[in-house]
Design a protein around this ligand. Structure first.
Ligand code: F6P
Length: 369
C-alpha cells in the first residue's frame, strides 16, 4: 500500500542534507510513495506551516547544492517550544500538538534529519507513538553511534584548504597564523585539518592546553629556519584552568538552548603575543564557511546512502531507529542511543599520528617539543 512520508531537517545545516532529501524522495517515489517536506524543521510541524509535496521536480539539481531546500531551525523543539507571552518568551511542551498534526496529515512515517538535538526530539516523538526514523548529520562529526556523519568531510576539506592558504601568507610574512575552526565541544575538524593541512599546533577541547609548549614549538621552528607557524584552534579549546570562549554571553544562560562558542583563537593569540614577540600573530575565524558550499563526493554518497536506507527502514517498519555508518555498512541503531557525543580520543591513533608528525597539542613537556 502507498505510504505518505514526512521529511524534515533540524538543527544547523550542513553540506549533504540535500543529497539525503533527494535520496529519500527518489527512493520513496520508486516505491510509489509520496513525500511531504516540513519547512524549518519542527517549526513547520508545530506552527502548521503548509508542507511541500516533494517529487522529482523539487529535487532536480539539488545533489551538489549545500544547505537544505526545506530550511531548518535549531530552536524549534516541540518538547520545549519558545512561546511568546507579551514581552517574554517561555518554553512550553507542544509535543501533543505536533503528534496531532502529523496524524491529521496522515503521515505514515516521519524521517528526521538532524544532529543530537533533533534525534532526541525524534526519539521523544517515537515514545508518543509517532513512527520515526532518524538520519544523523553534523559537520562536527561528534555523534557516538555512527563512524562518521555527512557534512564532516566537506567541512574538513574547507578547513584543510584554509590551513594551506594561511601557510603561504604566513611564510611570506614570518607570521604565526591562528585558524579557529568549528566543532563545538569536539576537536575532530581541528585535528583532521591540522594533519591534512600540515599545521604545527592543534588545540582541541579534549586536551586542555598550556601555552608554553606552543611557544616552544614556534621557537624551535624558528631555530630550524622555519620562521612561521600555523596553529589550528578548535572553537571549544581552552587553556588548563580556563574555560571555553563564548561568542554570545546570552546563549550561556541556563535554559537558553545551545551555548554559542567563539573566540578561542583570540584567547590563544592573547596568551602567545607577549611570549613570541619575534612574530606577528594573526587570527582567522573560519566560521560558517565550514557549513556552506557544495558537498564533497564522500558526503553526497553517504547522504544518498543514508536517505535510501532510511526509506528501507520505513518499509521494514523499523521505527525509533536511525541510520548509521558502521565500518563500510549502513545499519540501523536505536534512537535512544543516538544523542551521545563522540569526542576525539586523546590517546587514540589519530592523536598519536599527529604527535609523531610533530604537531603540538599544548600538553607536552617543553623540553620534549
Ligand atoms: O554543530 C554545528 C555547528 O556549526 C558548530 O560547529 C558550531 O558551534 C555551531 O553549529 C554554530 O551554530 P550557529 O549556526 O547557530 O551559530
Amino acid at each position: 500500500m502507498g505510504k505518505r512520508i514526512g521529511l524534515l531537517t533540524g538543527g544547523g545545516d550542513c553540506p549533504g542534507l540535500n543529497a539525503v532529501i533527494r535520496a529519500v524522495v527518489k527512493s520513496a517515489n520508486h516505491r510509489g510513495w509520496e513525500v511531504l517536506g516540513f519547512l524549518y524543521g519542527f517549526q513547520g510541524v508545530v506552527e502548521e506551516i503548509e508542507p511541500v509535496r516533494l517529487g522529482p521536480e523539487q529535487v532536480r539539481g539539488i545533489l551538489a547544492r549545500g544547505g537544505t531546500i526545506l530550511g531548518t531551525s535549531n530552536k524549534a523543539n516541540p518538547f520545549a517550544y519558545p512561546v511568546r507571552h507579551g514581552d517574554t518568551w517561555r518554553d512550553e511542551d507542544l509535543s501533543d500538538l505536533a503528534v496531532a498534526r502529523l496524524r491529521r496529515l496522515g503521515i505514515d512515517a516521519l524521517i528526521c534529519i538532524g544532529g543530537d538535538g533533533t534525534l532526541q526530539i525524534a526519539h521523544g516523538l517515537a515514545k508518543k507513538g509517532v513512527p520515526v526514523v532518524g538520519c544523523p548529520k553534523t559537520i562536527d562529526n561528534d555523534l557516538s553511534e555512527t563512524d562518521v556523519t555527512f557534512g564532516f568531510d566537506t567541512a574538513r576539506e574547507t578547513a584543510t584548504d584554509a590551513v594551506g592558504k594561511l601557510t603561504t601568507t604566513a611564510e611570506s610574512h614570518d607570521r604565526v597564523m591562528i585558524l579557529e575552526v568549528m566543532g563545538r565541544n569536539s576537536g575532530h575538524i581541528a585535528l583532521h585539518a591540522a594533519i591534512a593541512g600540515g599545521a604545527h599546533v592543534a588545540l582541541i577541547p579534549e586536551i586542555p592546553y598550556r601555552i608554553e609548549p606552543v611557544v616552544a614549538k614556534i621557537r624551535r621552528r624558528r631555530e630550524q629556519g622555519q620562521s612561521y607557524s600555523i596553529v589550528v584552534v578548535a572553537e571549544g579549546a581552552y587553556p588548563v584552568g580556563g574555560r571555553q570562549a563564548v561568542a554570545d554571553p546570552a546563549s550561556a544562560i541556563p535554559g537558553r538552548g545551545v551555548v554559542r562558542l567563539g573566540g578561542a583563537g583570540k584567547v590563544a593569540a592573547d596568551l602567545l603575543r607577549p611570549l613570541v614577540q619575534e612574530h606577528e600573530i594573526r587570527v582567522t575565524v573560519l566560521g560558517h564557511l565550514q557549513r556552506g558550499g557544495t558537498p564533497t563526493a564522500f558526503d553526497r554518497i553517504l547522504g544518498s546512502r543514508f536517505g535510501c536506507r532510511a526509506v528501507e527502514l520505513v518499509e521494514e517498519g523499523l521505527f525509533d531507529h536511525m541510520v548509521a555508518l558502521h565500518g563500510s555498512d549502513v545499519v540501523a541503531v536505536p534512537l535512544e542511543r543516538a544523542a551521545k557525543t563522540r569526542l576525539v580520543d586523546p590517546n587514540g591513533e589519530l592523536v598519536r599520528v599527529a604527535r609523531q608528525l610533530g604537531i603540538v597539542f599544548g600538553d607536552e613537556e617543553v623540553d620534549a617539543v
